[in-house]
Design a protein around this ligand. Structure first.
Ligand SMILES: [Mg+2]
Length: 183
């Protein structure tokens, strides 16, 4: 279980992940979490930033497929998928492997060709690693989230600190210190 909680990389924001990093690692499809990864928790698609849209365009230009995998309600998730022009899987909770498998089926990619990007160790990173994908952690965009998620964050922080002290957790790539780039 322990090694399954360690992401390959940790970025502050998803749009800081270089498309070349994905391509150079043989990635052909990207599974992205919705809440606090694409947009702050519970926000609608109007909250999608220009940086996010530009980053998604870059992925598409590099011919990478994109699929949102979210525990959120399927009508909201499908609104995002339609607006952003990507695929989606909703209604099957992470970290179960089923939603990741479904997403890979939709994109026609193998686990080795698939990256999983999300803000939670116990759902996105655990599920992505168990599925054999290339996992990237991002820092949550907002502090607001479900009460239960906030409780899980306490445990997440403990585990992260423990793994950091052991030197096995990646350092956060912060985007070169330009604060504007982070938000
Ligand atoms: Mg999330």
């Amino acid at each position: 279980m322990r090694e399954h909680l360690i992401p390959k990389k940790w970025y502050k924001r998803l749009w800081q992940i270089p498309v070349t990093e994905l391509v150079n690692n043989g990635i052909k499809g990207v599974i992205v979490d919705l809440d606090n990864t694409l947009v702050p928790w519970r926000q609608e698609v109007s909250a999608a930033s220009d940086k996010l849209l530009k980053w998604l365009e870059g992925l598409k230009r590099a011919e990478l497929d994109i699929c949102i995998v979210s525990n959120g309600g399927s009508s909201r998730v499908s609104r995002f998928a339609d607006k952003l022009g990507v695929k989606y899987v909703a209604g099957v909770p992470k970290p179960r492997r089923t939603p990741f498998k479904k997403a890979m089926e939709l994109m026609g990619t193998s686990p080795k060709e698939t990256a999983v990007i999300g803000d939670q160790l116990f759902t996105d990173i655990l599920g992505g690693n168990r599925s054999g994908c290339y996992t990237i952690l991002v820092t949550p965009q907002a502090k607001k989230e479900f009460f239960t998620t906030r409780l899980i964050r306490v445990l997440e922080r403990k585990i992260k600190t423990h793994l950091e002290l052991q030197g096995v957790f990646p350092r956060q790539v912060s985007g070169g210190g330009n604060k504007d780039e982070d938000l």
